[in-house]
Design a protein around this ligand. Structure first.
Ligand code: MN
Length: 315
């Protein structure tokens, strides 16, 4: 961490990059990093791979969509990103920077940076940034505290998931000393959906498939289904929570087909290790939350591949 602090202190211009399909932790962490670097007198730009999903639109602003043009930054900070594959089309920004800093909490992180601060025990990248700014002796601005709180709240399911530790709560408590509306952040992240999304969820619930006596539950959706409800496939983020919240579910999986790719999100409610299953299929993640791209021609085939991946552990 010392080397990272040195680099951040002397940075003149930083490019900040969240993983592709940026989530609340990735975006909140990037916005907090940009805010803090600017407060220390450096230039900072956040480059997104794609527009934010609708659910996170309250975090929009102060970031740019990368358009492939040349960038000039002495430092590139990649946040919440386990490997270079999740940098996507923004790789040239990383290649052009003199120093690449990788700060992340994914167990499968590949340490692709020149400097790496990776701790898989942290609930969120936001939690690591709280530690980092503290170690720097940098006074958090209220805005930075709000973004970091959003990041941690997002990745812990509002402090409900098993990744929430005493250290997480202490970090959150410190952030709450600042002036921002934490109840509103929780509401925007977890308790506010459009009427179309609510109706879509009702149909998705009726489409859950159960396997191994209900220990594995899978729900699938494609672009056509999303279009029926007027939402972007990218906006069906909480899809996996629909089967996850059903009694008896040990492993919940959502499978989405979009832009010719089939992506699966895997969640464990108990002892099942979904990271190994995801890794077997070419993906990665955490023990209880992982993801992968499934090499299959259609959703049905993808579903049977997933079902087979859990045959040994759940049947
Ligand atoms: Mn994260």
């Amino acid at each position: 961490m010392e080397r990272i602090i040195e680099i951040l202190r002397s940075a003149k211009s930083a490019a900040i990059i969240p993983h592709i399909s940026a989530d609340g932790d990735a975006v909140g962490s990037c916005k907090a990093m940009a805010e803090m670097l600017r407060s220390m007198g450096a230039d900072a730009a956040v480059y997104l791979e794609e527009p934010l999903e609708q659910r996170l639109s309250f975090l929009d602003g102060g970031m740019e969509l990368y358009n492939g043009s040349d960038t000039e930054h002495d430092v590139c900070i990649v946040l919440d990103c386990g490997d270079e594959g999740r940098i996507g089309s923004r790789m040239p920004i990383v290649s052009r920077a003199e120093k690449v800093i990788n700060i992340d909490h994914h167990r499968t992180n590949t340490y692709f940076g020149d400097e790496n601060y990776v701790d898989a025990d942290a609930s969120a990248t936001g939690e690591l940034l709280v530690r980092l700014f503290k170690a720097m002796g940098a006074e958090l601005t209220d805005k930075a505290a709000e973004y970091l709180y959003t990041a941690i709240c997002s990745d812990t399911g509002c402090f409900a998931y098993s990744n929430t530790s005493p250290a997480t709560m202490r970090a959150a408590a410190e952030l709450m000393e600042h002036a921002f509306d934490h109840a509103e952040i929780a509401r925007l992240l977890f308790d506010c959906v459009s009427i179309n999304t609510a109706l879509m969820r009702a149909e998705l619930t009726s489409r859950i498939h159960s396997y191994y006596g209900g220990k594995l539950r899978i729900v699938t959706a494609d672009e056509e289904f999303a279009a029926k409800y007027g939402v972007e496939p990218n906006d069906i983020q909480g899809l996996v929570d629909i089967p996850r919240s059903i009694e008896g579910t040990e492993v919940a999986v959502s499978i989405k087909q979009m832009e010719g790719k089939i992506k699966a999100s895997l969640r464990s409610n108990g002892s099942a290790d979904v990271a190994s299953a995801a890794q077997e299929l070419g993906g990665g993640g955490h023990t209880r939350a992982a993801g992968c791209t499934v090499d299959a021609p259609d959703l049905e085939t993808a579903e049977s591949i997933i079902v087979r991946a859990f045959e040994r552990s759940l049947s």
